[in-house]
Ligand binder design. Structure first.
Ligand SMILES: [Zn+2]
Length: 225
């Protein structure tokens, strides 16, 4: 008997839905001129929606989910930001799973480090939005990277602390991107970043068993100092 293949248009990853935050090949950032503006960077043709309520400049990218091929490993800036801000599941965009122990998160090999630029962050920082319980279980099953090693945890408190993106430096005739970096909201370099992802700090975390995604007893981390 012939075994039926699951439908796929990805070429390298099967089984499971395309995560909400995954970027699609049709969602290309148009070439936009970055200019020096108000002690930082801006777009030459900047529009109000290019910045968030913290006045941070965001990568301008069309929203065309389902168009072209999913580009696994690449994140759509605005869907990632929305999932973080509204605590939506990064896979299905429904509300993330929450219990008395907090919201459910799954971190890969190592927690995201803001990295590379001397940014000062305390606690566990991640660019991964939370998950609902069914998607957490499914993600662990279908994603080879996560299957190798992942940590599932609940976090009692979580705060948006900064963004990750392309950090520019002053130059003539226009600022130039020189580093991918995570920068905290209080860091003056925030005016020089073109944000691509929100960064969340998790604290009061408890490691959970995916088979029973309630908190396991006795694994609560020390509260942040
Ligand atoms: Zn989900």
């Amino acid at each position: 008997m012939k075994r039926q293949k699951p439908p796929s248009n990805t070429g390298h990853r099967q089984a499971g839905p395309v995560p909400y935050i995954t970027r699609w090949s049709a969602e290309q950032t148009p070439g936009i001129r970055v200019v020096a503006k108000n002690g930082g960077i801006g777009y030459a043709d900047e529009r109000p929606y290019d910045r968030d309520t913290n006045d941070i400049l965001w990568t301008r990218v069309p929203s065309l989910p389902g168009k072209g091929r999913p580009e696994f490993g690449k994140v759509h800036a605005l869907r990632q930001r929305r999932a973080m801000e509204a605590l939506l599941c990064q896979v299905c965009a429904r509300p993330a799973d929450r219990t008395g122990d907090g919201a459910l998160w799954m971190l890969g090999e190592s927690p995201d480090q803001p990295g590379g630029s001397g940014a000062e962050f305390d606690g566990l920082i991640t660019a991964q939005p939370p998950l609902c319980a069914p998607c957490a279980v499914k993600s662990a099953q279908v994603c080879p990277h996560l299957r190798r090693r992942c940590t599932v945890l609940r976090a009692h408190s979580f705060d948006l602390v900064g963004v990750r993106g392309a950090l520019y430096r002053p130059a003539l005739p226009a600022p130039i991107p020189w580093n991918a970096a995570g920068v905290g909201f209080g860091d003056p370099r925030i005016r020089w970043i073109r944000a691509g992802q929100s960064l969340m700090r998790l604290s009061g975390t408890v490691v959970v068993d995916l088979a029973a995604p309630q908190a396991s007893p006795g694994t609560r981390s020390a509260p942040p100092a």
